[in-house]
Design a protein around this ligand. Structure first.
Ligand code: RB5
Length: 149
């Protein structure tokens, strides 16, 4: 199950991405927003991030104007590794090296074709593990307030 959420700035792009998920045969849960009325993106990013952190959803996709605001919110939730990616290379590497469990993209920064390519690559790229697992574990330790020194 994929969590998806957007703010008002990205409602149209969220619909495009939900269409892609339908095409890919992937189930998703839409955590809002549901209208183009101006809203506060932290509310919706937090809902989706908690669903991923709690294991209700496996991965999550956030879409706001830039991808930045929603990614900042998601990364405050323990267990979330959200990568703000507006190009394909970062999206791929966020899976290979960082095991990102959420991605945030910017509807005011990229077009829908690039967005679909980013999401498709992000959803189909596995984590490489190996030396990257140690570093991902360290991200978790920092999130729990532990020292790495
Ligand atoms: C909303 O105007 C905008 O600030 C939001 O979509 C996002 O870009 C924040 O990072």
């Amino acid at each position: 199950m994929i969590a998806i959420a957007s703010d008002h700035a990205a409602l149209e792009m969220k619909k495009t991405i939900m269409g892609l998920l339908d095409e890919m045969g992937l189930e998703y849960k839409d955590f809002g927003t549901y209208t183009t009325d101006s809203c506060d993106y932290p509310v919706f990013a937090a809902r989706a991030a908690h669903a991923v952190a709690d294991g209700i959803c496996d991965r999550g996709i956030l879409i706001c104007g830039t991808g930045i605001g929603m990614s900042l919110v998601a990364n405050k939730v323990q267990g979330i590794r959200c990568a703000a990616c507006n190009e394909v290379c970062s999206a791929e590497l966020s899976r290979l090296h960082n095991d990102a469990n959420m991605i945030a993209i910017g509807a005011r920064v990229i077009g829908s074709e690039v967005a679909k390519k980013i999401v498709r690559v992000w959803l189909t790229t596995p984590f490489e593990g190996g030396r990257h697992q140690r570093r991902v574990d360290m991200i978790g330790a920092v999130g729990r307030g532990e020292s790495l020194e």
